[in-house]
Design a protein around this ligand. Sequence first.
Ligand code: CO8
Length: 259
Amino acid sequence: MQAQYLIIHQEVAPYVAHIQLNRPKELNALNLELMAELRDALKALDADDNVRVIIISGNEKAFAAGADIKQMAGKTAMDMYNIDQFSTWDTIKKTKKPLIAAVSGFALGGGCELVMLCDMIVASETARFGQPEIKIGVMPGAGGTQRLTRAVGKALAMEMVLTGRFISADEALRAGLINRVVPVELFLKEAIQLASEVAALSPLAVKMAKESVLKSFESSLEEGLHFERKNFYLLFASEDQKEGMQAFVDKRTPVFKGK
Ligand code: CO8
């Protein structure tokens, strides 16, 4: 896969791919071209049987400092409507395999929203999360008012969205926004470790479990429980279920094939 604004590592560990956002001079500002490349890369990796988990990172200084303000500055509402950038985000949201964000430095605006679209978040001690759109006369547009509020609750989300205050990795951890914080030199290693743990499991069970957890954000409890139950039953049609349970009985490590 060739990309101008991404570095794609097909296999950083068995069954683990890594996409690095790569516009370092602009702090990985998410221009339309980068987002289109990210959408295409995720689609390809989601369809690749040799990939079970995908890590998205930036570099040490920035995961991403938001949407590209320079690209947006002169646009009219009709330009924005016609560009329809959120269809790209809608496609990214459909990725079935787990996405792990490895965050160091700035994760702001669209950058924070991209992080929140991921399923698990590993941060370095230097990570800063924020929705500073209010400071440039707009507001979050890619889920910042919704996913942030669900993750950290109304009080902190409201403060971040209305003042643009950045929060540290430790505050994000305490607020339940992220999974873990590690020293900066370890953030990618830790993400690969976490991804490898998941990649060793049944990819079918993992995908259906991800889908079921996400369903909880969009359904009543009853509907969500029903959805969960169907996926649970469905997994009994897989060879991985037979292998997983037989391995437990045999006291050996299961080998999952995704069938
Ligand atoms: N867009 C475009 N360029 C940027 C952005 C950005 N979001 N952030 C940084 N840059 C550029 C700077 O312009 C600068 O370029 P140059 O060297 O050519 O002047 C370079 O990156 C380095 O930045 P700074 O010199 O400002 O670096 P500092 O370390 O002094 O400051 C900050 C770092 C605090 C991160 C600062 O750059 C900043 O405040 N950036 C903007 C943060 C922001 O407001 N983000 C929200 C953007 S709006 C948004 O995300 C809306 C999302 C809605 C939908 C999502 C669609 C993708």
